[in-house]
Design a protein around this ligand. Structure first.
Ligand code: HAM
Length: 416
């Protein structure tokens, strides 16, 4: 196939036959988040590269290997957003939202870009629904955030997702943990990939989520962060669990979750499925109490999660999760001849103003072909307008589901 008629590797089209499903799911997520007090935020698709290298962290796979970075014509280094949190925090700081009542709760639907090896559930352009709760350090917020994710999945009828939670502590606990990791990986140094050798000195925690199978095998037996967290972080984690228990949200503590982005502190979590292959994490998030300061802003303990739309849709498809039927068009007006076609256009214009869904012939087809088309569209009703209808001033409205046909006056049809 010619290059110009083939989408770029790792990207995909959402075709009209499926788009209503995504629209339904996305709207449901936004609506549920609204009920938790979240309001939508929209930030640019590209940002200064430094926002991500500082925010996401320059020892992460995302920043080191996966970013779509380029110089624009003004010589600035620009990056297509690999995720939504850094941009949301940048906007929060830039617009002084920290002066508003806290926490500020924002939600978003965005495309994200990562130069990863494409496979099922892993794309180079993908979409996230995300929420960020900015300006609270209380553990109740962590549990409420997780409850929001839980509510979304249960509203959509998605089953079999396991909620896994962990605490990765604060910078203080991190120092002890890094030392333990350093010692462990130092003894396996010869088997680590080049990138991880560099990480060993700078940020050994990132070795834990290296995608190389060799590093993964070594990382399996590495010390677990939960064994190194301080009393305050442990107390915070206990309160999060207490709230989850009180809300009847089932979870397992998975001490191996560290997440792939540097900004996380304390609570981290993932909703994981075993039904969509190796890329089973449908939703991931956690607390990031230090991000605002890392970006040069005022201290703003915060937390959030993002849910991969493509992975969610894959899972819903694998589970045959019922979705509402696509909305059907109310009426197709078939017309015979030029004069009737003009009448069809006139009626359609009036009906559309009243919010009724209408199509008529804009392809110059025969009545037979028009009716075939209407059938394929799955419209609820049809009328045919020809010379005799114009002469008699009457049309027959046919119910395409086999219901009764009704005769109506053509004059003022749109009002009846
Ligand atoms: P993340 O774990 O990197 O976290 O991504 C969140 C979700 O996006 C994943 O669980 C997955 O469903 C989806 N996802 C990630 N990469 C891909 C890909 N290459 N192809 C398809 N889907 C993908 C974040 O992005 C954080 N910003 C989440 C967050 C928000 N943490 C706090 N607030």
């Amino acid at each position: 196939m010619a290059l110009v008629t083939k989408a770029i590797k790792g990207t995909q089209d959402l075709l009209p036959a499926d788009s209503y499903k995504n629209r339904y799911v996305e709207q449901a997520m936004l609506d549920i988040a609204t009920k938790f007090g979240y309001k939508e935020i929209r930030t640019p698709v590209f940002e200064h590269t430094e926002l991500f290298s500082r925010g996401v962290g320059d020892t992460t796979d995302v920043v080191q290997k996966e970013m779509y970075t380029f110089d624009d014509k003004g010589g600035r280094s620009i990056t297509l957003r690999p995720e939504g949190t850094a941009g949301a925090m940048r906007a929060f700081l830039e617009h002084g939202l920290f002066n508003e009542p806290l926490p500020q709760k924002v939600s978003y639907l965005t495309s994200c870009y990562r130069y990863e090896k494409p496979q099922a559930g892993r794309l180079r352009e993908f979409h996230q629904f995300g929420v960020e709760c900015l300006g609270t350090a209380a553990p109740a917020a962590d549990a409420e955030l997780i409850a929001l994710g839980h509510s979304i999945f249960s509203f959509l009828g998605v089953e079999g997702l396991q909620l896994e939670i962990n605490s990765i502590g604060c910078p203080e606990c991190r120092k002890k943990y890094h030392a333990a990791l350093h010692e462990y990986f130092e003894s396996h140094k010869s088997a680590l990939c080049g990138t991880c050798l560099d990480r060993l000195g700078r940020n050994p925690m990132r070795i834990l989520d290296c995608k190389s199978p060799e590093c993964g095998a070594i990382a399996k037996d590495a010390p677990k962060v939960l064994d190194y967290i301080c009393d305050e972080c442990a107390a915070h984690f206990e309160t999060v669990k207490k709230h989850l228990d009180a809300m009847n949200i089932p979870y397992v503590v998975n001490p191996t979750i560290v997440r792939g982005l540097d900004y996380y502190t304390r609570t981290v979590f993932e909703f994981v499925s075993t039904q969509i292959g190796a890329q089973g994490t449908v939703c991931g998030g956690g607390r990031y109490d230090g991000l605002a300061e890392q970006l040069g802003g005022t201290k703003t303990p915060s937390l959030g999660f993002a849910l991969g739309i493509e992975r969610l849709m894959m899972l819903m498809q694998a589970q045959n999760t019922p979705l509402p039927e696509e909305e059907r068009l109310d009426l197709y007006i078939a017309s015979m001849g030029d004069e009737a076609n003009v009448v069809a256009a006139k009626i359609a214009a009036s009906l559309r103003e009243e919010g009724i869904g209408v199509q008529y012939d804009v392809a110059g087809r025969s009545v037979k072909a028009q009716m075939k088309f209407a059938n394929k569209l799955g419209v609820r009703n049809t009328i045919v307008i020809g010379d005799s209808e114009i002469e008699s001033g009457k049309v027959t409205v046919k119910d395409m589901d086999g219901g009764e046909s009704v005769e109506m006056e053509l004059d003022g049809f749109e009002d009846s």
